[in-house]
Design a protein around this ligand. Structure first.
Ligand code: SF4
Ligand code: SF4
Length: 196
């Protein structure tokens, strides 16, 4: 009885609570006051996807569809066409869409691309009330690529897909026409006629 009375008079529970509260004044805070402060992201971060160009402004994408085939969410759509009439193997993407609402940011499309035309950036603030805004079309993907070119390049380096040195362009396949070497179309082999 006396013990209970003392317990109530001395507000023991309140003192205990205040002790816990004040102890946090001396601990390094871990909460970041987003959006006023932001956590620095690593180069490997998988943010908004983008399309990249070469240093001379030429589009890297050759419309090969490998990214579309690699995507587990089926959210990429590529439509390609012949770029140079004299050589039908030289192609480019006329349309390129990524439905970001379905994307799981696995990075498989970036890995699958033979020319490092796709990259991932550290951009993550693109929430919207309109779902249609989250279908990134070709102009939008190049816009992000131009805006965050260095981030996308660092992503490729961090994932060992491209180097930082002068021979960076040698790390992955580069379309021959960019080196001024247009390959001859492969001659069609006609099946031999059986004359017997
Ligand atoms: S990151 Fe993954 S889910 Fe998103 S588009 Fe690329 S392959 Fe598809
Ligand atoms: S982004 Fe890469 S993998 Fe996808 S179509 Fe273009 S060249 Fe091919």
């Amino acid at each position: 009885m006396v013990k209970k009375l003392l317990h109530n008079v001395l507000f023991k529970e309140i003192v205990k609570g205040l002790k816990t509260t004040f102890s946090h004044y001396f601990v390094k805070e871990v909460t970041v006051q987003y959006p006023h402060a932001k956590v620095p992201l690593p180069d490997t971060h998988r943010g908004a996807l983008c399309l990249l160009k070469y240093e001379d402004g030429k589009e890297r994408c050759v419309g090969c569809d490998l990214c579309e085939a690699a995507c587990p969410s089926h959210c990429i759509r590529v439509v390609s066409a012949v770029e140079e009439e004299e050589n039908e193997v030289v192609r480019y993407a006329t349309e390129f869409d990524i439905d970001i609402t379905k994307c799981v940011f696995c990075g498989f499309c970036v890995e699958a691309c033979p020319v490092n035309a796709l990259g991932m950036t550290k951009i993550y603030e693109y929430s919207t009330n309109n779902k249609r805004d989250l279908i990134f079309d070709k102009p939008k993907l190049y816009e992000i690529g131009d805006l965050a070119y260095q981030e996308a390049k660092r992503y490729l380096v961090a994932h060992h897909q491209e180097g930082e040195d002068e021979i960076a362009s040698e790390y992955r396949y580069r379309f021959p026409s960019l080196h001024g070497e247009i390959p001859e179309p492969v001659a069609k082999v006609e099946p031999e006629q059986n004359t017997e």
